[in-house]
Design a protein around this ligand. Structure first.
Ligand SMILES: CCCCCCC/C=C/C(=O)SCCNC(=O)CCNC(=O)[C@H](O)C(C)(C)COP(=O)(O)OP(=O)(O)OC[C@H]1O[C@@H](n2cnc3c(N)ncnc32)[C@H](O)[C@@H]1OP(=O)(O)O
Ligand code: NDP
Length: 297
């Protein structure tokens, strides 16, 4: 496969300031890089300031863009308000938000303590609605037509065992996306979401796909397109959804997973049937059709 290139034309996010929660690592960092390349000012925030500062330095050198790292636990409203004020002070205003921060790990649900469930739900759901509410109030007060992108998952719809706190929280984020897309549309505020399939990141792989599992299981067998996602593919879609090119789109959730979620199709087990078996099956079915064609049972 050829390397995936940036999709939007130069300057597509010029004069926009975008906050990316969890922007110091993984997919957040890849989105931040592309937004900077497209001319946006970017604010990255999460708990670990040293990680954010290292990322900011790296991306600033690489892109020549303006990036501000700020420590913020998205479970703390006063810290979120601090990020918004510091962003306005640095760049004049805020136009976009990516709710990307998350906590997650696989575990049998009955083995989880109450605190273990809370920690995931609080980062994902509470963190997303706190940030959305704080920024929404600011946008409505200042008549700014802001845009929110929520990073969800495909199991927000299907549900999934062994990541139940994450599934509950991400489903809530999806409900918020669609509900507020309608309610805040008159203010010109748009909310969309991306439901990614597997995109290799250290954060996700350490907690969801540790070595013990990786030895026994491969995504290539599960994903119809036979590979995991490239970060630039997700960054391209994210940039589009935050740009004015998507200005007629709101309340939408775009799945980007190589078809993985389609595994639920009832007859998909047929993928392993050979050509010879198909020939025999066709013969059998045609034979059963014959009597009914002649008016019999
Ligand atoms: C690989 C394919 C991907 C497919 C798609 C998947 C879709 C979604 C993907 C993602 O969300 S990926 C993002 C992953 N990244 C992160 O999670 C980064 C941030 N995470 C963290 O910092 C930590 O993991 C955490 C969520 C904050 C938990 O860390 P920690 O344990 O240090 O927090 P505490 O507050 O101390 O503890 C909370 C509570 O949780 C219990 N716990 C932690 N790990 C487990 C475990 N593996 N099994 C059971 N319980 C666990 C811990 O014991 C604490 O409970 P108490 O013991 O105090 O009651
Ligand atoms: N990678 C994948 O395959 C998939 C990922 N996703 C989603 O993509 C997003 C990014 O995940 P990914 O890049 O893989 O994983 P990462 O672990 O790299 O990203 C998670 C980020 O969340 C931040 N974070 C965690 N807790 C808090 C908190 N309390 N306050 C603020 N920030 C916090 C972390 O920073 P810090 O530790 O500094 O706080 C980290 O930067 C998540 O929403 C995830 O659910 C969805 C489907 C698949």
């Amino acid at each position: 496969m050829n390397p995936i290139e940036g999709m939007l034309r130069e300057g597509s996010l010029k004069e926009k300031t975008i906050i990316v929660t969890g922007g110091g690592t993984g997919l957040g960092k890849s989105m931040a890089r592309y937004f900077l390349q497209l001319g946006a000012n970017v604010v990255i925030c999460s708990r670990k300031l040293d990680v954010l500062e290292a990322t900011a330095k790296e991306l600033e050198t690489e892109t020549g863009g303006k990036i501000l790292p700020i420590a913020c636990d998205v479970r703390k409203t006063e810290q979120i308000e601090g990020v918004i004020s510091a962003s306005i002070e640095a760049f004049g205003r805020v136009d976009g938000l990516v709710n990307n921060s998350a906590g997650n790990f696989i575990s049998p649900t009955e083995k989880l303590s109450y605190k273990a469930v809370d920690v995931v739900v609080d980062i994902v759901l509470r963190g997303s609605y706190y940030f959305t509410l704080a920024l929404g109030k600011y946008w409505i007060d200042h008549q700014i037509k802001g845009t929110i992108l929520n990073i969800s998952t495909t199991y927000s719809w299907t549900g999934s065992g062994w990541v139940v706190p994450s599934a509950m929280a991400k489903a809530g984020v999806l409900a918020m996306t669609k509900s507020l897309a309608f309610e805040w549309a008159p203010y010109g505020i748009r909310l969309n979401a991306i439901a990614p399939g597997p995109f290799p990141t250290k954060g996700a792989w350490d907690r969801l796909f540790p070595e013990e599992l990786a030895k026994k299981f491969s995504f290539e067998n599960r994903i119809p397109l036979k590979r995991t996602g490239e970060h630039q593919e997700l960054a391209n879609l994210a940039a589009y959804l935050l740009s004015d090119f998507s200005s007629y789109m709101t309340g939408e959730v775009v799945t980007l997973d190589g078809g993985e979620v389609l595994n639920g199709g009832q007859f998909n087990f047929l993928k392993d049937v050979t050509d010879e078996q198909w020939a025999a099956i066709a013969e059998q079915i045609k034979n059963t059709n014959k009597p009914s064609r002649n008016g019999g049972e």
